[in-house]
Ligand binder design. Sequence first.
Ligand SMILES: Nc1ncnc2c1ncn2[C@@H]1O[C@H](COP(=O)(O)OP(=O)(O)OP(=O)(O)O)[C@@H](O)[C@H]1O
Ligand SMILES: [Mg+2]
Length: 365
Amino acid sequence: MISSVYVENLRGVKSCRVGNLTNVNVFIGRNGAGKSTLLEAIYIASAWASPIDAVRDTPKLQYVIARRRRRRGRFGARREWEKYRDVLWFNKNTDEEIKIKLRFGEKELDFRLMYHQPQFPDAPALWLAVPLNSGGIIYYQRPSRFWSPPTKPPPLIPADFQIRVEEGLRQELEFVGNVLLLDSRLTPQDLELRVWPKLLDRRLDMLIVEMLKEEYEIDADDITYKPVGGEYVLALKLKNTTVEIDALGDGAKLAVLYASPLALVKNTAVLIEDPETHQHPAGLRALMSFALKIAKRQNLQLFITTHSMELVNIVRHLARELDMGIHVYFMERGPDGVVDVRVLEEVDVDILQKMGLDPRFLYLV
Ligand SMILES: Nc1ncnc2c1ncn2[C@@H]1O[C@H](COP(=O)(O)OP(=O)(O)OP(=O)(O)O)[C@@H](O)[C@H]1O
Ligand SMILES: [Mg+2]
């Protein structure tokens, strides 16, 4: 489990430290506070260990840029990264390194994203900074699988050093590499091609149908592949008809999109961006109940950003029921880009609400 995250020079964040992380971590704060940036930091770090997003079949570094661009990409993944990556650097100051440090108890993974790499312009710019006993730092990278076809190999690192790093951090790197990002840009096609076949193999599709039955589509019977216009699309069998996933209500559709990849991962972190989108409170409860139960079963650490106090209360309640640790963090970004993060103790949230105060407005206090 990640115990703390430190981010420097990423997007609007000059620096931000979040400590005391637990099983379920909920982040609240005004628009632009840096909540999504925190999730993106963890996602970017995961690109070091596993560069391609398995759900979206896209290089992760390219996806962090693409998901912010509401326009159709005119270029391939690689050109898009070359042309637009400066948006990742704080105030576009591309001379600085972006630092992302993930601490796992005693161990720390220290990632650096660089804009310029004169000696290896084709290699990915993401490095693991490994301290040496002698006091220096080595920037280490695995052989590149970032773009296809494979690009130039990174600089040669002594094999014994490589083995020492990989062995010493094996569990942590595996945890980081499997990180899953759930955002509202997931599409039914992502599920149809890469997620649903695996769910079927393990019959985890039943869990999704159960969730739908609980709140969204009471008549749900089963999810099936259905031939439509020359391709196979996912569709929900109801009592009287079959409805394509695309045609479900927005709440049910997003619930299926968020829940399906979640059911497939274990021993890692899942980053869930604003899950309240399109959800009635009862739908939100069903979705979060699914997420927390899977998290408990599959050893997942959840990072959830939200603007919904309903979500905060639902998740606190569920976590208590399931005996999982939960923290609510209030984030506030100063004009200098330094982000202040406060853990709201359980009692704080309760007291604030009993006083009729809404923790989302803590910045006014
Ligand atoms: N390269 C950059 N340099 C400086 N500031 C940036 C840069 N890119 C984005 N920003 C700023 O960072 C902020 C975006 O932060 P982020 O998306 O993490 O906020 P958020 O808390 O998720 O907000 P919301 O609740 O609206 O989703 C915005 O205020 C934006 O103007
Ligand atoms: Mg956001």
